[in-house]
Design a protein around this ligand. Structure first.
Ligand SMILES: [Zn+2]
Ligand SMILES: [Zn+2]
Length: 363
């Protein structure tokens, strides 16, 4: 057996990271992550993005005022419509299990959201997460656990839940996040019931995509401390999903917290192209999250259809850590640090940051 190119190892600072097992030439595809475990194409872009390969219709037509949409459409009464760039993509999507099942769930969620909107705005039922007073930096894991336990207790009464959901006024962004979570729930359901062979990344040994997903770093505490309002939205959409998921998926509602805890800090945007003018949606490619960040990366990622490809940008020595850049690394050290801290919750200690810091080059 030939020596593998890369290996996932635990690093000195505790996290996991990918390392080269042999010298690798520049331009080598070292890893391809087949499909996102969870993803969402934002509602406004659904007609413009191929549901199978995420191709963006307008990328060949930049005429202002002439937004292009795909014309090939899959339409079933029970499902949300899906649009495709080619008949081939439509056939591939319709012959799969996950895509149509996600479309069914999305139709239910859209309907449930409409029901929340029809109600008058007042009449709150008092289900709001109890956020601790004082500085949000003081929020503890215990308080977050307690808020989730309260939410679980709250949804255990069907009458209370349905009454709450009829007056909650779910916001558009909350629906998008609900759709993301629902796609993960469908993936797990499909796997648990042996309905399809899911593509699992080959870097680690587990063959269970949900277990692999849970292995990703959770950023729950940092995220809640930085954005307590998002925590409130998370608890609301948990109630919404408990209420709106179809019967066979309801047992999976306990996944909501785990998915949300890993969304921020692991998700990659689905962009219109290299120019990154528009973010069409976002997704969680589990294997992709094993790549750590460096401001002087030796690997670049590129989405090819649903697949995420990782290619070396220069020669890599045996034992060298393989890193991508999570951000625009042409920025100054100050801008890079800010963005990494806000969106990825860490302070970058890559070699470039260390040397720029010691140079006093902090602008
Ligand atoms: Zn397509
Ligand atoms: Zn850095």
């Amino acid at each position: 057996m030939s020596q593998p190119l890369i290996d996932l190892r635990t690093t000195l600072h505790g996290g996991r990271s990918l390392f080269a097992m042999q010298p690798i030439a520049p331009g080598t595809i070292i890893f391809a992550c087949e499909a996102p475990f969870a993803h969402v194409i934002c509602k406004d872009y659904r007609r413009e993005v191929c549901a199978q390969c995420f191709a963006y219709a307008a990328s060949n037509s930049r005429n202002i005022g002439d937004p292009r949409t795909w014309s090939i459409r899959s339409r079933r009464e029970t499902a949300e419509s899906a649009w495709f760039c080619t008949d081939g993509c439509k056939i591939a999507w319709e012959s799969g299990v996950t895509g149509p099942m996600i479309a069914d769930v999305n139709a239910l969620l859209a309907k449930a959201k409409m029901a929340t909107r029809r109600q008058p705005k007042d009449g709150h039922l008092g289900y709001d997460p109890i956020l601790p007073n004082g500085s949000t930096a003081q929020i503890t894991q215990h308080q977050i656990d307690k808020a989730w336990a309260d939410a679980e207790e709250f949804v255990s009464s069907r009458a209370r839940l349905s009454s709450y959901c009829s007056t909650m006024n779910l916001e558009d962004m909350e629906l998008e996040i609900s759709r993301l979570v629902a796609s993960a729930i469908v993936q797990r359901y499909v796997f648990d019931h042996g309905l399809a062979n899911l593509a699992v990344s080959s870097i680690i040994s587990t063959s269970n995509p949900w277990a692999e997903f849970l292995g990703l770093q959770s950023s729950e505490l940092s995220n809640v401390r930085m954005r307590p309002y998002i925590f409130a939205a998370h608890l609301r959409l948990y109630a919404f999903l408990c209420h709106s998921l179809p019967q066979h998926l309801k047992p999976y509602a306990s996944m909501v917290r785990g998915v949300l805890a890993r969304d921020t800090g692991n998700a990659f945007g689905i962009w219109d192209g290299d120019s990154k003018d528009e973010m069409l949606g976002w997704g969680l490619w589990v294997g992709a999250s094993y790549f750590n960040h460096s401001c002087y990366p030796n690997v670049k990622k590129a989405r090819v259809g649903r697949t995420m490809h990782f290619t070396t940008t220069r020669s890599v020595e045996t034992g060298e850590e393989l890193c991508i850049s999570y951000i625009d690394h042409d920025q100054t050290i100050t801008q890079r640090r800010q963005e990494l801290e806000d969106s990825w919750f860490f302070e970058c200690r890559c070699q470039r940051c260390q040397s720029e810091k010691s140079d006093g080059c902090v602008h």
